[in-house]
Design a binder for this molecule. Structure first.
Ligand code: ATP
Length: 802
């Protein structure tokens, strides 16, 4: 025989017209009339059932009591209600679930002498009578009804159908069936008379004693169990039948009692202690279950709760009838009972139909199920309700797959770029050790040894900062504020030898020190040369689009709304942003004029520039390390007043001519040109800022540009700054939402491949600067500063590397 569960069970239930149900315990109150003793003691009845569901406490003398005076339950029965009505309205439906294969339990709970036994005797008889009636009316089914009775007396389980009163029943837990009483006598009921016999026998066996409150007080908890099995007659003996098996437990609990009131002593006192303790455990279990089954439920603290575990919040339908005495002297016990009832009505059980199938029936059932599933697969049925979710999930999976592929590709690019930079840095490091190479020699060396040869066309190296920068160049500048120690070994060498393609951001401002303004005409001429705006624009647009695609995809996967970027998401975006950058593989180098440097005020041409004849043939990608020229430092003096602004059109118009076939002729020419552009832009911003009455700050309001110069006139080494504040800068990077366009602009200006480490480093530097601005807290100011300062820094960083 095999049991079925889950979907199979649901199907079976559907076939049978029954279903599993989750429901609250049905709780009724039965108020008995005052008994003779109470009447004799002139007790008053303080409780009254005011309707079918509410019981009211009427003691006006207890004004100011904190207890509620009215309690509502599923059903309330007044003293004159007969047990038949109690059964019909408070127990029948639950009890008769057993005929449908659903376990059920009927409890009577209350203080001693409140009428539990009186109620349960009646209910048991009515229930069995109804079961018999059902059996009679369903001849097509074969039934087996088994009867068993136990009591729990002083925490010992006894078989009430056994004459061996000295051997307690052993209770063990079966993983499938739950608590099982070993060797429990089960009698198959033949007829009504048989039932009467068994009931009488078990009643005689039960521990009953006289107390002050009840002449025939039950001193144990009694559980009468009726187990019903039913099968369709047509399948009987054919080995393919399905059998419903369920039990109904009729529980007459011992009554709680106060030793003082029951005047119990000796044996009765001991019994009372056990009774109270087990009822206390039952109350605790019910209270915990009523709170939603959080934490441990102490079923195992008493035999009563262990045995009743399936009925308490498990696979059973349950009804509890709480019996009350109306007498004023029992008000405390009555309130306790009502409290228990209040908790019990919050407990939920989930009863299922219990079907046991013969092996043959099980195989047949499973075969049918397989056939059904196969046909479902072949012919997709109606669209399920969760179709949208499935489709959405599939879509997301495709997106994720696409993203992963892209990330893999970009990671490859990044690794390649990084290894190139590392190689270059190593080479420069070697060169530093020798320390003797002059620029021209260096150029010759490069030409001869090809150390600057870059196999990849994506980026190129040209300028080295920090220890990797050739000493000769640094010393030539004789810069007291800048030394090797302050330099970052990770500084990228190719800041300005990268292609300046185009600046697309119309909001961009390029402020720069006026002292550093250089030959704008010269750079403009470069910009106007054959770079080709259309190509520049195309590349920029392409870049923007790719960034947007990646970012929006991530947003759609991670964020419910594009505005709800968590730091983590931002981090992801940034990561992707960094990796998404994709330049044209065509290599473009800045083409400068041999006369570079001459036009840059206070920027004397260094030996390299003076002597730089242009890139030798065959050395298209070989870039000498650039000198750090003190004059290219961005000094504080006049840095604000000389800032200018440059419109996008201006920038486009002055885009630098780039070509893979052209040599770098003068980086300083480029720098000077950029300075001029920035100056112009800043000046424009100043004018714009004065025109605005909104109070929005412009560059002028930013104050001293910490990017350009440290206090005391010393230019900041941003590599060092970055190192010092690396952690917080990264955090800031992850948390602040720098507009995409600004970021785009940023590496456009640097011509850096975003996978290149320099890009990230420069971005981080910028963020360290932005951090200062962000402290302002004003979003509009912050935004304007973000743009302005980002561009300003990018230039200052460029210069710092020269
Ligand atoms: N609803 C009722 N109508 C009339 N008499 C009742 C009612 N309920 C109980 N009684 C009577 O009250 C007395 C005590 O009832 P019962 O023995 O059922 O109480 P109990 O709660 O089972 O007590 P214990 O817990 O001590 O066993 C009995 O004589 C019984 O006939």
């Amino acid at each position: 025989m095999g049991a079925i569960a889950g979907e199979e069970l649901l199907k079976w239930e559907k076939m049978q017209g029954v279903s599993s149900r989750e429901e609250k315990i049905l709780v009724s109150i039965r108020l008995r009339p005052l008994n003779e003793k109470e009447i004799a003691a002139n007790e008053s009845a303080d409780w009254e059932c005011i309707n079918d569901t509410t019981i009211l406490y009427r003691n006006t003398l207890r004004e100011g009591s904190t207890f509620p005076s009215a309690y509502t339950f599923d059903r309330v029965f007044r003293g004159d209600c007969v047990t038949r009505q109690v059964y019909e309205e408070g127990a029948k439906e639950v009890a008769l679930s057993v005929v449908s294969g659903i376990n059920s339990s009927i409890f009577a709970y209350g203080q001693t002498s409140s009428g539990k036994t009186y109620t349960m005797v009646g209910i048991t008889e009515y229930a069995v009578a109804d079961i018999f009636d059902y059996i009679e009316r369903h001849e097509e089914r074969a039934f087996i009804l088994k009867f068993s009775a136990i009591e729990i007396y002083n925490e010992v389980v006894r078989d009430l159908l056994s004459t061996d009163n000295n051997t307690p029943l052993r209770l063990r837990d079966d993983p499938e069936k739950g608590p099982i009483l070993e060797k429990l006598t089960e009698e198959t009921l033949r007829d009504w008379e048989h039932l009467k016999e068994l009931l009488a026998f078990s009643e005689a066996q039960r521990q009953v004693g006289e107390t002050y409150l009840n002449e025939k007080s039950s001193r144990s908890h009694q559980i009468i169990r009726l187990t019903m099995e039913s099968s369709a007659r047509e399948f009987l003996g054919k080995g393919n039948s399905a059998t419903l098996i369920a039990s109904v437990n009729l529980v007459d609990l011992a009554g709680s009692e106060r030793a003082s009131q029951a005047s119990s002593a000796g044996m009765r006192l001991k019994e009372g202690c056990h009774i109270n303790r087990s009822l206390l455990t039952l109350g605790t279990v019910i209270r915990k279950l009523s709170n939603g089954r959080h934490g441990h439920i102490n079923y195992r603290d008493s035999k009563l709760t262990r045995i009743l575990q399936p009925c308490l919040g498990g696979n059973a339908r349950t009804a509890i009838i709480c019996t009350l005495s109306p007498a004023r002297s029992h008000v405390e016990q009555t309130r306790n009972t009502l409290l228990f009832a209040c908790c019990a009505k919050e407990v939920t059980t989930k009863a299922q139909v219990n079907v046991v199938m013969s092996d043959k029936a099980l195989v047949k059932h499973l075969q049918k199920e397989v056939a059904r599933l196969e046909s479902e697969l072949k012919t997709p049925g109606p669209v399920p309700s969760n179709c949208d979710y499935a489709a959405l999930l599939r879509k997301k999976d495709v997106q994720i797959e696409k993203m992963e592929k892209e990330i893999r590709e970009l990671t490859k690019q990044r690794d390649l770029a990084q290894s190139r930079v590392e190689d270059l840095l190593r080479m420069v490091g070697k060169e530093q050790i020798s320390g003797k190479a002059s620029i021209n020699n260096h150029l010759n060396l490069q030409e001869g040894e090809d150390i600057w040869e870059d196999d990849c066309s994506v980026s190129e190296s040209s300028s080295i900062c920090g220890p990797h920068r050739p000493n000769t160049h640094i010393r030539e500048f004789n810069n007291p504020h800048y030394n090797d120690e302050d330099s970052d070994p990770d500084d990228d060498p190719d800041d300005y030898c990268k292609e300046v393609r185009c600046v697309e951001n119309g909001e961009l401002a390029l402020p720069i020190s006026g002292e550093e303004s250089g030959t704008s005409q010269e750079i403009s001429s470069h910009l106007n040369e054959d770079t080709g705006d259309s190509q520049i624009q195309e590349n920029s647009t392409l870049l923007e689009q790719r960034l947007h695609v990646v970012q929006s995809t991530i947003d759609s996967l991670v964020c419910p709304s594009p505005d709800e970027h968590s730091p983590q998401v931002m981090s992801e975006n940034n990561k992707n942003l960094r990796l998404t950058r994709s330049w044209s593989c065509t290599e473009h180098h800045m083409a400068g004029s041999p006369k570079s440097g001459g036009g840059v005020q206070r920027t004397p041409a260094n030996g390299y520039e003076k002597g730089f004849p242009g890139r030798p043939d065959g050395l298209q990608r070989k870039f000498p390390p650039l000198n750090y020229d003190g004059s290219t430092r961005l000094l504080r003096n006049g840095s604000q007043s000389s800032m200018g602004s440059l419109s996008v059109d201006d920038l486009r118009a002055s885009s630098i001519r780039t070509s893979a076939d052209e040599d770098i002729t003068s980086i300083q020419t480029f720098v000077a040109g950029m300075k001029e552009m920035v100056k112009q832009e800043y000046e424009k911003q100043l004018v714009d800022g004065q025109d605005q009455e909104t109070g929005r700050k412009n560059v002028k309001d930013v104050g001293v540009d910490p990017m350009l110069e440290a206090p005391g006139g010393t230019p900041l080494d941003w590599s060092l700054q970055f190192k010092r504040h690396q952690k917080e800068i990264i955090e800031l990077w992850q948390s602040c939402c720098v507009p995409l366009t600004h970021r785009t602009y940023f590496f456009l200006l640097f011509r850096g491949d975003p996978s290149d480490s320099i890009y990230m480093e420069v971005e981080l530097r910028r963020l360290s600067f932005l951090k200062e601005s962000f402290s302002d807290g004003n979003k509009s100011v912050r935004d304007s500063q973000t743009i302005t300062l980002a561009s300003r820094f990018s230039l200052s960083a460029t210069y710092a590397n020269l």
